[in-house]
Ligand binder design. Structure first.
Ligand code: UDP
Length: 348
């Protein structure tokens, strides 16, 4: 029996872990222990995903959130180290690019525990994003780098990382297929909000680079309002963004602000939308999975293939690349299985 400790703490990590943890549970030779750092703690940012997606209960809830990046990451490292000393895992598994990812990877690497990184190799080439720092460092600390796209493999190669790199596709595609099958039976969001398919746009916004710069935030708000003149916009508002909107007393014309929604609601909202406006990494691809056009509210993206294929454009560019085409990356909906099989190879 081998032990994997998985570290999660933020919404997109719960969704990805739902796919991989479900598969790990079926492996008789693996025990997976989950740590929830507490980075996201609101019920609709955390608990709802555990319930809807049947994610196994974390053995450890660290309850660490807020504070500066240094403080949050430092506190997480201290707490994760304590758990790792107790659990003595054979491998740790981290996802994406949050402070929880870096805290887990750095703590484990210093304890000589191999790190597997899901969603390795993504780059925005913007070091002002905390996520970019977290990604670069985590990749350099990892023994197994599970890459979603050809570009992410090339990014690693450029940084001299060639060993342990595997192109496995995107686990978010697996998650979308899973959600798509269930969402219609489990969500009534369109009826609740009185929405007709195709009659509205969907928006999400939460990146610090957008919310923390007042001038930029205002420009984005105006951009969203201008888009809302074409079709009303539904906006599930991330807690960080809600705080900024409320502190400024900023209302958005033509936009219906709602609380963050669960995964099934989100997929039905996206499936019925005419267009998506977002600064989320995951949602840029989910828009493509639903074959919906996306405008990314950022000046660059890690998911460059969505731009090249004409499904996504940066808000700074006027038009989509034409003609629209299918994206060869992201795998076949069985990325989770490929990842688990690579983890087993590493462990046995
Ligand atoms: N999401 C959700 N409810 C919402 C907004 C987003 O379930 O109200 C999902 C979305 O479908 C995607 C994930 O959360 O799978 C993206 O998370 P987020 O935008 O927080 O992080 P990022 O992908 O930018 O790291």
């Amino acid at each position: 029996m081998k032990k994997i400790v998985t570290i999660i703490g933020a919404r997109p990590q719960f969704i990805k872990a739902a796919v991989v943890s479900r598969l790990l549970q079926n492996e008789a030779t693996i025990e997976e222990v989950l740590i929830h750092t507490g980075q996201h703690f609101d019920a609709n940012m955390s608990e709802i995903f555990f319930q809807e997606l049947d994610i196994p209960r974390p053995r450890y809830d660290l309850n660490i959130s807020g504070g500066g990046h240094g403080q949050m990451t430092g506190r997480m490292m201290e707490a994760v180290e304590e758990v790792l000393l107790k659990e003595i895992p054979d491998l740790i598994l981290v996802y994406g690019d949050t402070n929880s990812t870096l805290a887990g990877a750095l703590t484990a690497a210093k304890m000589h525990i191999p790190v597997a990184h899901i969603e390795a190799g993504l780059r925005s080439f913007n070091r002002r994003m905390p996520e970019e720092i977290n990604r670069v460092l985590t990749d350099h600390l990892s023994a197994i780098l599970l890459c979603p796209t050809q570009t992410s493999v090339e990014n690693l190669e450029r940084e001299g990382i060639r060993e342990g790199v595997h192109l496995v596709g995107d686990v978010m595609f697996d998650a979308t297929l899973f959600a798509g099958e269930q969402a219609k039976g489990r969500s009534k969001i369109l009826q609740t909000l009185g929405l007709a398919e195709g009659g509205y746009g969907l928006c999400t916004l939460h990146r610090a680079e957008n919310t923390d710069d007042p001038e930029r935030f205002e420009t984005i708000c105006r951009f969203i309002e201008a888009e809302a003149e074409n079709a009303p916009i539904i906006f599930p508002v991330h807690p960080r963004t809600r705080q900024v909107l409320e502190s400024k007393g900023r209302k958005l014309r033509g936009v219906t602000c709602i609380e963050p929604v669960g995964y099934f609601d989100l997929h039905l909202l996206l499936g019925g939308a005419e267009i998506l406006l977002t600064d989320s990494g995951g949602l840029q691809k989910e828009a493509y999975f639903h074959r919906k056009p996306c405008i990314t509210l950022r000046d660059e993206t890690e998911w460059v293939e969505t731009l090249d294929a004409g499904w996504n454009r940066l808000w700074t560019s006027k038009s989509y690349i034409e003609p629209r085409r299918t994206i060869a990356d992201y795998g076949d909906g069985h990325s989770g299985e490929k990842m688990v099989s690579l983890l087993l190879d590493q462990l046995f």
